[in-house]
Design a protein around this ligand. Structure first.
Ligand code: ASP
Length: 343
């Protein structure tokens, strides 16, 4: 038998970590240091699991850059001692955290797998047990040369392993809650775990470096019919916003109102990043396709191709930390850095 793998499980909060009190039936957060008492099946895995937890578990709606920094630093501090990492996280913002970590963890060559559940782990029909057990298996899995099978940040949910910065929460009620609309999945768990090796990102060099995120000045603006001029101008003119992500119609279109174009031109002239991503779940922005898009491109709007809004936000936060010139920032944004977009 292969030597047992070592996996570090970091519990942040969310639905998965709840168990039902036998007497009162009330749900309360589960003590993850007692994990194998709660899930005896874990003892059957050829894996040593150690856990750390946020002092106060949080609903993932409360997550932000400071929590991402805590997570990334915890992974870095423990990097040499474990084969892989599991982040247990609420589902609501899991795709944001996965996107952020994918950029923050430079040089990563071990699996960092986020998972959670739609029903608490202490509920009879929970999806949490399967999600957790398989995520641990994935995080500890190695090939015949002892190399991890995955060296990137991913989400495991309901039999699918998805690249973290491609993931999107698509359901509040189905167990199959996450999708990877524009990129094929990395692995599928059935009777066996089937890795799709062609889709897994190239491994980093293993010298893990954390880039902490702090940036707040990014605004995501979904476009809708009947938007008012003063609303649009308010967002694009505000000094608080150095970057505005326009979530546009279809392949990257907005209403061709002269005031809209002027507001964008003024923002670009002030060296703000104005990014164009589509509000469609599937497909990409192509600013060459329609006259609308061509105009946006000609006034300096940056195309986000098929990036998700979660990944666009994280990528801008990450690039802002690099102190790049606006020209270089635009160039970097338009190219895939962690497999987050297809050109
Ligand atoms: N509101 C919860 C959270 O995101 C939902 C969940 O865990 O699924 O923390």
């Amino acid at each position: 038998m292969q030597q047992p793998s070592k996996v570090l499980l970091i519990y942040t909060g969310g639905t998965i970590g709840m168990v039902q009190d036998v007497d009162s039936n009330a749900l309360h957060p589960f003590d993850f240091s007692q994990i194998s008492a709660e899930i005896p099946e874990l003892n059957k895995l050829n894996c040593v699991i150690e856990t750390i937890a946020f002092d106060v578990p949080i609903d993932s709606s409360d997550i932000g850059p400071s929590d991402w920094n805590r997570l990334a630093n915890a992974i870095q501090q423990n990097y040499a001692n474990y084969d892989g990492f599991i982040v247990l996280h609420g589902t609501d913002t899991m795709a944001y955290t996965a996107s952020a970590l994918s950029f923050m963890l430079e040089g990563l060559n071990k699996p960092v797998i986020l998972t959670g559940s739609q029903l608490p782990i202490g509920v009879l029909r929970t999806d949490g047990k399967e999600n957790l057990l398989t995520a641990i298996e994935l995080a500890g899995d190695k090939d015949e040369n002892g190399k991890p099978m995955v060296g990137e940040v991913a989400i495991y949910f309901e039999y699918k392993l998805i690249r973290g910065n491609r993931a999107h929460k698509t359901s509040t009620s189905h167990f199959d809650a996450f999708n990877s609309p524009n990129f094929r999945i990395l692995a599928e768990a059935g009777v066996n775990i089937e890795y799709k090796n062609h889709h897994i990102s190239p491994f980093g060099n293993g010298e893990l470096k954390v880039v902490e995120l702090h940036e707040q000045g990014i605004f995501v603006l979904p476009i809708f019919p009947g938007m008012a001029q003063d609303q649009v101008e308010f967002v694009l003119e505000s000094n608080k916003n150095w970057a505005v992500i326009l979530m546009t119609f279809g392949a990257g279109n907005i209403p061709m109102k002269p005031w809209f174009i002027d507001a964008i031109k003024n923002a670009v002239a002030k060296e703000k990043m104005v990014v164009n991503i589509t509000q469609c779940t599937k497909g990409k922005v192509n600013m060459n396709l329609y006259k609308n898009g061509q105009i946006l491109k000609s006034i300096g709007v940056i195309g986000g191709s098929d990036i998700t809004s979660e990944a666009a936000l994280a990528k801008l936060m990450y690039l802002k930390e690099k102190n790049l010139s606006i020209k270089e920032l635009k160039t970097q944004f338009e190219r895939p850095l962690r497999g987050e977009m297809t050109l």
